[in-house]
Write a protein that binds this ligand. Structure first.
Ligand SMILES: Cc1cc2nc3c(=O)[nH]c(=O)nc-3n(C[C@H](O)[C@H](O)[C@H](O)COP(=O)(O)OP(=O)(O)OC[C@H]3O[C@@H](n4cnc5c(N)ncnc54)[C@H](O)[C@@H]3O)c2cc1C
Length: 407
C-alpha cells in the first residue's frame, strides 16, 4: 500500500474514473451503501469480482428492527418483495409450548436478496465487475487499480468484502480472533406443505444443553420451509457428520416436539454447514478508508445480529459521516475515527459480540456459576409454563368456556 497523490495532478486516461466514494465488495453492506449514496447524488464506484452473487448459505432471516433501518434508508420497497414475512413466532422450550410472540420476521435466500438489491442500483452507480490489482490510500485521495487496467480515484474507500481477506491485507489491517470456530450454522429444507405451516416461524430450544445446540428455527422462504440450526461444535466433530448423514433422526431424538408441530416431516435437501469465528479488526484507524459489515467484524449467526451490524454501519455512514466528510477537503484519520467512535455503531458491535459469547457460555460452560445460571433460567421458564397452565385452567376461564359453549 502506498500514499496517493491528487489525481488532478496525474495524467488522466480513458480508463480512469474519479468518484466521491469507491466501495469494494457488493454484498449486502456494499450494495445498500452504494444505493443510498447514489440516490443522494454522490458519485460512487461499486466493485465486485462477480456480476451475480452466488447462492451461498448466509443470513436467511432478519427482524423488524433491521427492516425498519432499511426502510429508513429508502430501501423498503426494494427489499419487501425479496423476503417472506412471518406474522408470529411460536417458541417451544423444555419440550413444551412456551410463548407466542406477535412479531414479524423476514425469511430470504441471501444470494437472491443481494442480487435483487444489485438490480435496483441507481443507473448512475453501475456495478463494476473486476478484481483489485493495487490499492493506495492516504489523507486526500485513494486509488484502486483493477486487473484490466481501470484506475479509480476516490476521496473515500469503503471496504465491504465480508470474510474475504485479500483487500483487507492489501490495505494493511488484521483480523483479531476472539473465538475461533465459535459455532456452526446449519441450513436445510423440510418437506412440509407451506399451507399447513402457515405464516408463523417456530423456534425450538432443546431440553438438555449436552447437545451443544442453542436452538433450531423453522420458517418460510417463499414456498420452502427452511430450518436454521446452530451448534457449538466443529465441522470435523463426529456429531456433525452424524447429523449430516441423518438429520431427521438426530432432530427427533433431540426435540421430539418438532414432530408434533411439523407432522411427519422429512429433510429434503443436503444440510449446508458453515463454521463461524468471532472476529474484530486491528490497524483500521487510518486515513482514507473504512471497513464495514463482516469486513470489520464477524459475530455468531445464532444471535441474528450480522444484518443489524451491516444496517447500522450503512445508516451511520450515510446519515451522518460521509456527507460531513465530503463537505471539507481531505479524508484524514480524525474523520475516519469519528465513525469507529460512534456510540450507536459501538453499541451494535458490542451487543453482537457480547451476546455471541454469552449464548455459547450458557450452553457449554460447566463451572458452578454457569450451572447455577442455567438452573435459575430453567426454573423461571418452568414457573412461567406452570403459571400459564394454571391461568388457562382457572375456574373463571372454565366457566367462561362453558358459557360460550352454551350460548
Ligand atoms: C451461515 C451464516 C448464517 C447467518 N445467519 C444470519 C442471520 O440469520 N441473521 C443475521 O443477521 N446475520 C446472519 N449471518 C451474518 C450475515 O450474513 C452477515 O453479517 C452479512 O451478510 C454480511 O454482509 P457483508 O456485505 O458485510 O458481506 P458479504 O455479504 O460477504 O459481501 C462481501 C462481498 O464482497 C465481495 N468480495 C470479496 N472479496 C472481494 C475482493 N477482493 N474484491 C471485491 N469484492 C470482493 C464478495 O463477492 C461479496 O459480494 C449469517 C452468516 C453466516 C455465515
Amino acid at each position: 500500500m502506498t500514499s496517493q497523490k491528487d489525481p488532478e495532478a496525474t495524467a488522466v486516461n480513458a480508463n480512469q474514473t474519479k468518484v466521491d466514494v469507491a466501495i469494494v465488495g457488493a454484498g449486502l453492506a456494499g450494495t445498500t451503501l452504494a444505493t443510498v449514496l447514489g440516490k443522494a447524488g454522490r458519485k460512487v464506484a461499486l466493485i465486485d469480482p462477480h456480476r451475480v452473487h452466488h447462492d451461498e448459505f448466509k443470513a436467511e432471516k432478519t427482524r423488524m428492527e433491521q427492516m425498519r433501518v432499511f426502510e429508513k434508508l429508502g430501501l423498503g420497497s426494494v427489499i419487501r418483495p425479496l423476503v417472506t414475512p412471518t406474522t408470529e413466532i411460536q417458541v417451544f422450550r423444555l419440550g413444551q409450548f412456551f410463548q407466542r410472540k406477535p412479531e414479524s420476521e423476514f425469511g430470504f435466500s441471501y444470494g437472491p436478496l443481494v442480487n435483487g438489491l444489485r438490480e435496483a442500483l441507481p443507473p448512475e452507480v453501475p456495478l463494476m465487475v473486476g478484481k483489485i490489482a493495487e490499492i493506495s490510500t492516504g489523507p486526500d485521495w485513494q486509488r484502486l487499480v483493477l486487473t484490466d487496467g481501470t484506475v479509480i480515484d476516490a476521496r473515500l474507500l469503503v471496504v465491504a468484502t465480508g470474510y474475504s481477506e485479500s483487500v483487507r491485507r492489501a490495505v494493511g489491517v488484521e483480523r483479531v480472533e476472539h473465538s475461533k470456530a465459535h459455532s456452526l450454522a446449519m441450513g436445510f429444507d423440510l418437506a412440509i406443505s407451506p399451507q399447513e405451516f402457515g405464516s408463523r416461524s417456530i423456534t425450538f430450544y432443546p431440553k438438555r444443553v449436552a447437545a451443544r445446540i442453542p436452538f433450531i428455527t423453522i420458517f418460510r422462504i417463499g414456498n420452502r420451509i427452511r430450518a436454521n440450526m446452530f451448534a457449538y461444535r466443529i465441522v470435523a466433530d463426529p456429531w456433525t457428520q452424524a447429523f449430516r448423514a441423518n438429520p431427521q433422526q438426530v432432530l427427533l431424538q433431540l426435540m421430539p416436539e418438532i414432530a408434533a408441530q411439523c407432522g411427519n416431516f422429512t429433510v429434503r435437501s443436503p444440510v449446508e454447514v458453515r463454521q463461524v469465528s468471532l472476529t474484530t479488526t486491528s490497524g483500521h484507524r487510518r486515513s482514507g478508508v473504512v471497513f464495514i459489515g463482516d469486513a470489520f467484524s464477524t459475530t455468531c449467526p445464532a444471535q441474528g445480529d450480522g444484518i443489524h451490524r451491516v444496517a447500522t454501519d450503512v445508516d451511520r455512514l450515510c446519515s451522518t459521516y460521509i456527507p460531513a466528510w465530503l463537505e471539507t477537503p481531505g479524508m484524514g484519520v480524525d474523520k475516519i475515527c469519528a465513525f469507529y467512535d460512534d456510540r450507536i455503531k459501538i453499541a451494535a458491535d458490542a451487543t453482537a459480540m457480547r451476546s455471541s459469547l454469552y449464548a455459547k457460555a450458557i450452553i457449554t460452560e460447566t463451572g458452578l456459576e454457569w450451572r447455577i445460571r442455567r438452573l435459575r433460567n430453567n426454573t423461571a421458564r418452568q414457573l412461567m409454563i406452570i403459571g400459564r397452565k394454571i391461568r388457562h385452567f382457572s375456574p373463571r376461564r372454565a366457566l367462561k368456556v362453558i358459557l360460550e359453549k352454551q350460548a
